[in-house]
Design a protein around this ligand. Structure first.
Ligand code: TXA
Ligand code: MG
Length: 343
């Protein structure tokens, strides 16, 4: 199949809508990462997404809407706390898990009784949904297991030959995927940290939420998880990543003792020139938004330059940095070294 990579002008948005109505799949920008979209009601269309990504069949997709009217048939109920959260964060990077509605095909929800739904903020994503005239199921537009793509070029390098159209809407603002929050039980559960933080959600709800254990800990093969995506190795570049938790001095000292080929560091802004090996800054220390914006882009860049080993300054585990920590932990297959016994 020939893949067209093109700008997201009005004509191409209409073309994307046409393809989607005909049961095709299309890669589109969102404010978080790029996604591969299909009509959420069309089983054979949604199956094409799984095929293009090499995605495990049991991992459900998020449904994207462009108005609250589109919730009809997508969710069975939209309780008042969902409305509160939607008022605060939609359109935007928050996915709510709710009881599923009757019009979704089985592949969208991977056979579960629930569905993840979000209203993306990116104008191109909204325009494509409206052009298709139907909510769109869309996972991140990477080959399964690879870092999520934050530019149309990154989508193209994974998806060339696997789908007909990639719409270029520029670099994604957020850079990490949406926050996933389950509203199925009395106490909401954070299933995936993202750009909307736990702290912001608690403030809107006026009550604490719980955090799924799998966010910061490795799931054992037989363990039951609340979100199927938690059990897969994710975001993994070719290189072996190691997270090092401690101060900058301890980090510099540790990597100074290494003498490996094709080894690199991911550090905070301003530290790159003070390290004994080539280093890429991924944002200011403590600035989760800046870190989120560049982390997937850098993981892909490290692959391009043939990195074999990457030592990473560990981010904090609060605010948006929790999302970055969660992605890095998976990219590192949970290899984390405590440099400091003080913390
Ligand atoms: O920002 C995003 O959310 C991007 C853009 C394209 O919107 N999409 C995205 O989709 O990251 P994906 O498929 O890569 O990740 C969706 C995650 C998976 O971990 C999946 O297991 C979880 O959401 N999920 C989806 N439906 C679920 C459900 N009903 N219950 C629990 N987890 C669910
Ligand atoms: Mg994904």
């Amino acid at each position: 199949m020939k893949t067209l990579l093109t700008n997201a002008d009005q004509q191409n948005i209409q073309y994307a809508g046409e393809l989607l109505r005909q049961g095709e799949i299309v890669a589109i920008p969102t404010e978080t990462v790029y996604g591969i979209a299909a009509d959420c009601t069309n089983q054979s269309a949604v199956e094409k997404i799984f095929l293009a990504k090499g995605r495990p069949q049991d991992n459900p997709l998020i449904v994207h809407i462009a108005s609250r009217n589109m919730l009809e048939g997508v969710v069975a109920r939209f309780p008042s706390r969902a409305q509160k959260l939607a008022d605060a964060f939609w359109p935007g990077p928050l996915t709510l898990i709710l009881p599923k509605g009757e019009k979704l095909c089985a592949a969208t929800t991977a056979g579960l009784d629930s569905v993840g739904v979000r209203f993306p903020a990116h104008p191109v994503a909204q325009a494509v949904i409206l052009a298709a005239g139907v909510p769109l199921s869309a996972p991140s537009a990477n080959i399964s297991g690879k870092p999520s793509p934050t530019s149309a070029e990154d989508v193209f390098s994974d998806m060339d030959g696997r789908l007909p159209l990639v719409l270029d809407g520029g670099e994604c603002n957020a850079g990490v995927e949406s926050t996933v929050l389950s509203l199925l039980d009395d106490i909401p559960v954070l299933l995936r940290p993202g750009y909307v933080t736990k702290e912001q959600i608690e403030q809107v709800l006026g009550a604490p939420i719980s955090v799924a254990k799998a966010i910061c800990e490795q799931v054992q093969p037989q363990e039951k998880v609340l979100s199927p995506g938690m059990k897969y190795r994710h975001y993994a570049p070719e290189a072996e990543l190691v997270l090092l938790r401690g101060s900058f001095a301890e980090f510099a000292d540790y990597v100074g003792g290494k003498n490996e080929q094709n080894a690199y560091c991911l550090c905070f802004d301003g530290e790159e020139d003070k390290l004994p090996m080539p280093a890429f800054p991924y944002g200011k220390e403590g600035d989760g938004a800046a870190q989120a914006h560049s982390i997937f882009k850098l993981l892909r860049h490290l692959d391009k330059i043939g990195a074999q080993k990457v030592y990473v300054r560990c981010p904090q585990s609060q605010g948006v940095s929790l999302a970055v920590f969660n992605r890095l932990l998976r990219a590192a297959a949970f290899r984390i070294i405590e440099l400091s016994h003080k913390n």
